[in-house]
Design a protein around this ligand. Structure first.
Ligand code: SAM
Ligand code: SF4
Length: 352
C-alpha cells in the first residue's frame, strides 16, 4: 500500500508483513511505538512565512481530495480505539481555517480513552475563538511567533498581523489552554538577534518558548544548512542573558530538549531536528489533510487511507494497513545522508 508520491494506490485489504509482530499498536522495525498522531486539517494558510512557502502561496489541495469531517473522525477513532494513539495534535497549513474544526475536536474528545488534544496555529483569529476551542475539548495550544517587532513580523510572514498573534496567545491563556507554547524559527540576519527578547516575553507572560531549527521542508527548496541557525547558536545567544541548565525531566519522545532558566521553574525548549536529531525516540505518526499516512516529516512515500475509506474498507483493514505503514518507518530522517532528498510535500501540506 505504500506508494511513491503522486501515484494512485489500489484499495487494499489486510497486507500484513509476516515479520511484523501481532501487536495492535503502531510498532516499527526499530522497537518504537507511535502514540502521538499529528493531523493536518488543511494545507491552506493565511500567512506566507518565507521559510515555509512562496509569497504567492501554493496550489491548494482541491476540496474533493481533502478528507470530509466524517472520514477524518473515522480515522481518528480507528487510531485511538484500534492503534493505541494517546495524543492528537492538529495542525496544517493553518488549522483555524478549517470550517467546523470545533466539531472535529468535540468528536475526538468524546472518544474512550480520551486522547490529549492540542493544536499548532499561527494565532490569526485565535483571540475570538479561544473560548470555543477550549469548550470543544482542546487541551493545549502552540502558537507560532518568530519576532516581537511588527515590521519584522510583516517581513517574515508577509502579513502585518503581529498584534493578532499576541492577542490570540493572551486569549488562549485566559481560556485555560495552558501552557501556551510559542514556536519560534530563527533566521540568520532576520530575527536571530531576538532569542533572548523572545524568552523574556515568554517568561513575563507565563508562556513556554521553544525554538525550532529551520528544516529543509520549505516549498521553494531554499533551505541551506550553512545558513540555518543551529541549536548551539540559539543556546549561546540565550546564555548572554540567562543561566540555562539542562532539565533532568525525562524527555520521552518529546522533540524539544528542555533547559531550566535561571534556576527554574521556567524552561525553554530547543527542537534541534537537524543538528541533534531525536529520531531514536520518535513516537509520531502523521495524517495529511488528504488522508495519507506519513511515518516521518521527511518520508518520501505515503500510505493512502483515503482510497481505502472511499473504497469501502473496514476499520480493521484500515488499522492493519496503518500498522504495516509504520512497521516500515525508517530509523532516521537522513538529512545528513549524502543521498538525502527533500520530500515532495512541503511542511504546510504535511502538517508540522
Ligand atoms: N500554520 C501553523 C503555524 O504556523 O503554527 C501550523 C503549521 S506550521 C507548518 C507548524 C510549525 O512549523 C510552525 O511553528 C512553523 O514555524 C514551523 N515551520 C514551518 N516551516 C518550517 C521549516 N522549514 N523549518 C522549521 N519549522 C518550520
Ligand atoms: Fe502558514 Fe504556518 Fe507555514 Fe507560516 S509556518 S506559512 S503560518 S503554515
Amino acid at each position: 500500500m505504500t506508494t511513491e508520491l503522486g501515484l494512485p494506490s489500489p484499495r487494499g485489504g489486510t497486507s500484513r508483513d509476516p515479520a511484523r509482530p501481532a501487536d495492535p499498536r503502531l510498532v516499527d522495525g526499530f522497537g518504537r511505538v507511535a502514540t502521538d498522531l499529528r493531523i493536518s486539517l488543511t494545507d491552506r494558510c493565511n500567512l506566507r512565512c518565507t521559510y515555509c512557502m512562496p509569497a504567492e502561496g501554493l496550489d491548494w489541495m482541491p476540496r474533493s481530495e481533502q478528507l470530509t469531517d466524517d472520514e477524518l473522525n473515522r480515522l481518528i477513532a480507528v487510531a485511538v480505539h484500534d492503534l493505541g494513539i494517546e495524543e492528537l495534535r492538529f495542525t496544517g497549513g493553518e488549522p483555524l481555517l478549517r470550517r467546523g474544526l470545533e466539531e472535529i475536536f468535540s468528536a475526538a474528545s468524546a472518544l474512550e480513552p480520551r486522547p490529549d488534544i492540542s493544536l499548532t496555529t499561527n494565532g490569526i483569529g485565535l483571540a475570538r475563538r479561544a473560548e470555543a476551542l477550549a469548550a470543544s475539548g482542546v487541551n493545549r495550544l502552540n502558537v507560532s511567533m518568530d519576532t516581537l517587532r511588527p515590521e519584522r513580523f510583516a517581513r517574515i510572514t508577509r502579513r502585518d498581523r503581529l498584534s493578532d498573534v499576541i492577542d490570540g496567545m493572551a486569549a488562549a491563556h485566559a481560556a485555560g489552554l495552558s501552557p501556551v507554547k510559542i514556536n519560534t524559527v530563527l533566521l540568520r540576519g532576520v530575527n536571530d538577534d531576538e532569542a533572548a527578547d523572545l524568552l523574556e516575553f515568554a517568561l513575563t507572560h507565563g508562556y513556554q518558548l521553544r525554538f525550532i531549527e529551520q528544516m529543509p521542508l520549505d516549498a521553494q527548496h531554499g533551505w541551506r544548512r550553512t545558513e540555518m541557525i543551529t541549536a548551539d547558536e540559539i543556546l549561546a545567544r540565550l546564555e548572554e542573558r540567562f543561566v540555562l541548565t539542562p532539565s533532568d525531566e525525562d524527555r520521552g519522545g518529546a522533540p524539544a530538549e528542555r533547559f531550566v532558566v535561571n534556576g527554574g521553574p521556567a524552561t525553554v525548549g530547543v527542537i534541534a531536528s537537524v543538528t541533534r536529531p531525536f529520531c531514536g525516540a520518535c513516537d509520531r505518526t502523521r495524517l495529511t489533510a488528504d488522508g495519507q499516512v506519513r511515518t516521518c516529516l521527511f518520508a518520501t512515500g505515503e500510505t493512502d487511507l483515503r482510497a481505502m475509506l472511499r473504497g469501502g474498507a473496514t476499520d480493521a483493514e484500515i488499522a492493519d494497513v496503518w500498522r504495516d505503514a509504520m512497521w516500515g518507518k525508517k530509523a532516521g530522517h537522513g538529512i545528513d545522508d549524502p543521498g538525502f532528498l527533500q520530500p515532495a510535500r512541503p511542511m504546510s501540506a504535511i502538517g508540522g
